[in-house]
Design a protein around this ligand. Structure first.
Ligand SMILES: [Zn+2]
Length: 455
């Protein structure tokens, strides 16, 4: 592979958060091999291919710590946004999942990952596909991005995918064996969570993740409903119960953890359990984050926090910077204090702190020699970035979103060039997606009923 030099303003997110005004990154064999002034690197390696340039801002690739890749993507923005959450799940999402074929899952994941990488997301933690994890893994490979796959299952409650504990554990085992830890695509033990897993399923899933050197992820307490159902069944709040079972720890990433009492918050911090915070979803679903969310406290107490987009139909856009700006805005507003959290902290969550929370900071999350070359070139020549700020972090987070993303590299391979995938045909994907949407809505018995009359 030919050496490549990426030049521009570098937001390295290294230990000192060094910014290079006119810097360069030498990429060799998939990894970052040197970082220096642009002119020095170009003089030392005159035959390298060069990307970026003046007016470009280079950041590490963003980490999206909670993302559904199958199911709702093909009916994006079809599920009404003014119905209760259980109706959205059981009357829409579940029948749609049932109607999904393997082709649908792959197409859905391809669209999601393509959108994500086009907005600078190079690592995606899959929140759990139901039926065809191998097709989701194929989508990761096609798009050329890093991430994890999992397969859902639940052994409590009813529903189309309810199963017995042994069967679910066997499927989890096969996931972590098929995609071992450390690869570009990693298998994670992935449960739905909530109150849909028996104690045994939680405990043995955590044990499996530890023995396979991978992680466990599941949903908990995005709304107020998990608390009372755990108290009724176990006599304890969810996090308290999971702590007693031994499920918490560094290899566990809990999605949401919005509604926590003081003791639960302490437990998450003490056990160094990571949390994926997805504020768009809570706003979109009206789950009370602006009144009850404790993520700022968690962050301030060195909790291992990452951000997630958590679409579809719960956030809709897969755009890390949009999530980052909302996170910063909510933190300031909820504390009635603009000094508590800002653009710099939000960018840390999207890069190095997010990478740490998902257990990958040894490989990704910052532009440093020895790490994988996962990076994003943002075009700062556009109107919203003119004039250039003296602080690129402020400008990146508050004036923009993924629109400025020009080139994206994952593991040293350029997968987005001039804002377009160099591997996939957008027109063909769009055509197949519209056919799939029509068929899925019909098969799931969902009549299209837009709010306003369509003539
Ligand atoms: Zn989720």
């Amino acid at each position: 592979m030919r050496d490549l030099i990426v030049v521009g303003t570098l937001l390295t997110m290294d230990e000192e958060r060094t910014v290079w005004n006119d810097g360069g990154i030498l990429v060799r064999n998939g990894a970052i091999s040197a970082i220096d002034h642009r002119s020095t690197l170009l003089a030392q390696h005159p035959n390298s291919e060069v990307i970026g340039g003046q007016g470009n801002l280079i950041t590490p690739g963003f980490v999206n710590a909670h993302q559904h890749l199958t199911g709702d993507r093909l009916v994006r923005s079809c599920i009404p946004d003014d119905i209760p959450a259980d109706k959205a799940i059981f009357e829409w999402s579940v029948p749609l999942h049932v109607a999904h074929t393997g082709d649908d899952d792959e197409l859905s994941a391809t669209l999601s990952l393509l959108e994500a990488v086009g907005n600078g997301i190079t690592t995606t933690i899959e929140a759990g596909t139901v039926a065809h994890p191998e097709r989701v893994a194929a989508a990761f490979e096609k798009v050329g991005v890093r991430g994890t796959v999992g397969t859902w299952g639940w052994d409590r409650g009813e529903g189309a995918f309810a199963d017995d504990t042994d069967e679910i554990l066997m499927r989890q085992q096969s996931i972590v064996e098929t995609w071992p830890a450390g690869g570009l695509v990693e298998g994670w033990v992935t449960l739905v969570g909530h109150d849909l897993a028996s104690d045994r399923l939680f405990v043995e899933s955590a044990e499996l993740a530890r023995s396979a050197g991978t992680s466990l992820t599941f949903h908990m307490s995005p709304s107020t409903s998990d608390g009372p159902s755990f108290v009724q069944r176990t006599g304890k709040r969810p996090i308290n119960h999971l702590a007693d079972l031994g499920v918490l720890g560094r290899e566990t990433l809990i999605a949401h953890a919005v509604h926590l009492d003081e003791y639960e918050l302490d437990l998450l911090i003490e056990t160094q359990t990571a949390v994926a915070y997805c504020p768009w979803a809570y706003l979109r679903l009206g789950q009370g984050v602006s009144q009850s969310g404790r993520h700022l406290d968690f962050f301030k107490r060195s909790g291992r926090l990452a951000l997630g987009c958590d679409t579809e139909n719960a956030g809709d856009a897969i755009d890390a910077l949009r999530v980052g700006a909302l996170t910063a805005g909510l933190a300031k507003d909820m504390a009635c204090d603009p000094t508590v959290f800002g653009a710099h902290e939000a960018l840390e969550l999207l890069t190095i702190r997010g990478a740490e929370a998902v257990g990958m900071a040894d490989r990704i999350g910052s532009l440093e020699v020895g790490k994988a070359a996962d990076l994003v070139v943002h075009d700062f020549g556009k109107l919203n970035s003119v004039p250039r700020s003296i602080d690129p972090a402020l400008q990146l987070l508050w004036t923009g979103d993924g629109r400025a993303v020009k080139d994206v590299m994952v593991n040293g391979v350029l997968v987005i060039q001039d804002s377009t995938s160099n591997r996939l045909d957008y027109e063909d994907l769009a055509y197949r997606a519209s056919l799939a949407q029509e068929r899925l809505l019909q098969e799931a018995g969902l009549a299209a009923s837009p709010r306003w009359p369509v003539r």
